[in-house]
Unconditional design. Structure first.
Length: 439
């Protein structure tokens, strides 16, 4: 199942709301040069953001060492933000950090922009830069002249953003899932519970749920809780796909859906699971596979995931029984492309394989694909009729579990081919029959 990417559909908290007022003591500053003072007044009092930005940039070029440089750069950030120019806003924030390294407003603006870029591009350096700035923000001391209460309010709004950014970097760049989980949990602890039901905190609740399904830190009991929490509060149009994931992981651990509704109700009332929270584990995979084999009169009626599960987890006798009805049969292969060449396609078909981004099906093609026909990594077959991949079962091998993976099956198919697009039949209307009028 395709994962939902929520970074593009759930907006971050407004920059202006989060970072204002600036966390800087406002000292009394006097400009002694009349010409400089007039230029400053002319620039700072502009109402149009574009005109103001231009005037402020001109002031900085003329008076690069001005005593009001910090204030001008602070105002320049606001002007570029109003113009919707992320690159220019980031440039102004970076320049302010050069002269005021602990300026929390500039740090936060930079973190938010770079975090957004990290989420879009997955560029390791961008993600690392965002995390480095976030780490810096967590260590900024309280400025002189800022009250303890004001500092507590400001950091209460900013620290969750910083921990979220560090978590994203650990997931995307560092591949440190356990570290990301720790950061996401710290972030959610810092929010008031009501603030976790919407916005960035809700998005990161889902990110936490997904992190708990990764092989490096798999804990399906925790994953179910945070999926249930996200399901309760995400908009209605996302609920079906979230529920599909929730039910999949709950059933995978528990064996059926009994008790899931009670967990949904609990998760709606609490960010974190209570100490009494637990899920009874299901029978072992081999026991489940055996039960399916014994109780299914016709094994060919099972869906592809169930067939693969028996091949992967069943005893040799049960897996061989399953294979005896599959061998030499043709089947569609709905899955995500992990590796592709002109002659071989390797796909992740089961949800476990998709989570681990490993191939559990290898399809040897009947005839080589042309270069333009070779699918890109990440392309998913089976989402539309025009993208169906078929192959004939040829062999299978059980792959034992490791410290970070469950036992799987490596299934090889031969004579693979991509179904041609099925066109709707053309319905031809009968030609009109012209009859002579009766005499």
């Amino acid at each position: 199942m395709k994962k939902i990417v929520f970074a593009s559909v759930m907006a971050l908290a407004s920059m202006s709301l989060v970072v204002a007022p600036s966390l800087r003591a406002q000292d009394q500053i006097t400009i002694k040069d009349p010409a400089e003072f007039n230029a400053y007044q002319t620039a700072i009092t502009q109402n149009d953001p574009k005109a103001k930005a231009a005037a402020l940039e001109s002031f900085l070029q003329t008076y690069p060492q001005s005593v009001v440089k910090n204030t001008v750069l602070d105002s320049l950030i606001d002007s570029y933000e109003k113009l919707g120019s992320a690159d220019q806003t980031l440039s102004a924030a970076s320049r302010l950090l050069q002269v005021d390294p602990n300026n929390m407003k500039a740090i936060t603006i930079s973190v938010l922009i770079k975090k957004g870029q990290c989420g879009k591009t997955n560029d390791a350096q961008t993600c690392d830069d965002a995390a480095a700035l976030a780490t810096k923000g967590l260590g900024v001391p309280k400025p002189a002249g800022v009250s303890d209460d004001d500092w507590k309010k400001q950091t209460g709004a900013l620290y969750p953003i910083f921990h979220s950014t560090i978590a994203l970097d650990k997931m995307v760049s560092k591949k440190d899932v356990k570290g990301a989980i720790s950061e996401y949990r710290t972030e959610l602890m810092l929010y008031p519970p009501a603030a976790t039901t919407t916005g960035p905190a809700l998005v990161d609740t889902l990110q936490l749920a997904q992190a708990y399904t990764k092989p490096e830190a798999k804990d399906l009991v925790q994953a179910v809780w945070f999926y249930a929490r996200a399901w309760n509060f995400f908009p209605a149009n996302y609920k079906p796909q979230l529920e599909k994931s929730l039910e999949y992981y709950y059933t995978k651990f528990h064996g059926n859906l009994d008790g899931l509704d009670a967990i949904k109700t609990q998760a709606a009332a609490s960010v974190f699971p209570p100490g009494t929270y637990q899920i009874t584990p299901a029978a072992t995979p081999a026991e489940i596979a055996h039960k399916v084999v014994v109780e299914t009169p016709d094994l060919t009626t099972l869906n592809l995931n169930d067939k693969e599960f028996i091949l992967a987890s069943g005893t040799k006798d049960d897996a061989d029984k399953m294979w005896s009805v599959l061998k030499d049969k043709t089947t569609p292969v709905p899955g995500v492309v992990i590796e592709a060449s002109a002659t071989v396609l390797k796909l992740a078909v089961s949800q476990d394989a998709k989570d681990a981004k490993v191939a559990d099906f290898i399809v040897n093609l009947k005839k080589p694909l042309e270069d333009k026909e070779i699918p890109a990594v990440g392309f998913e077959y089976g989402l539309q009729p025009a993208a169906e991949l078929d192959g004939t079962y040829d062999s299978y091998t059980q792959v034992p579990a490791t410290a970070t993976t469950t036992q799987t099956a490596q299934i090889v198919l031969r004579e693979g081919f991509i179904q041609p697009e099925k066109k709707k039949p053309v319905v031809r209307k009968p030609s009109a029959v012209h009859r002579k009028p009766a005499r």
